[in-house]
Design a binder for this molecule. Structure first.
Ligand code: ZN
Length: 71
């Protein structure tokens, strides 16, 4: 395994962990339909995020601010 492989593997692992944490925090939203556009800034939410985070209503940037209590 070279450096690029291990970097990709690490990134995939961190993404999986972040999604697991997200689901653990918001179990009630897993059945909701995801929004196609962010409710805060109106930007399109990418399909992968809509499918990965069931019921998501915000783009990753806005969700991060919300999680930090800044919105
Ligand atoms: Zn947004």
């Amino acid at each position: 395994m070279d450096a690029l492989d291990s970097a990709c593997a690490l990134e995939a692992k961190q993404t999986a962990m972040a999604l697991t944490n997200h689901f653990a925090k918001q179990p009630k939203q897993t059945r909701l339909k995801s929004a196609e556009e962010c409710r805060e800034c109106g930007l399109a939410i990418i399909k992968a995020r809509q499918e990965a985070v069931k019921g998501c209503q915000f783009c990753t940037d806005c969700q991060e601010l919300i999680d930090k209590g800044k919105l």
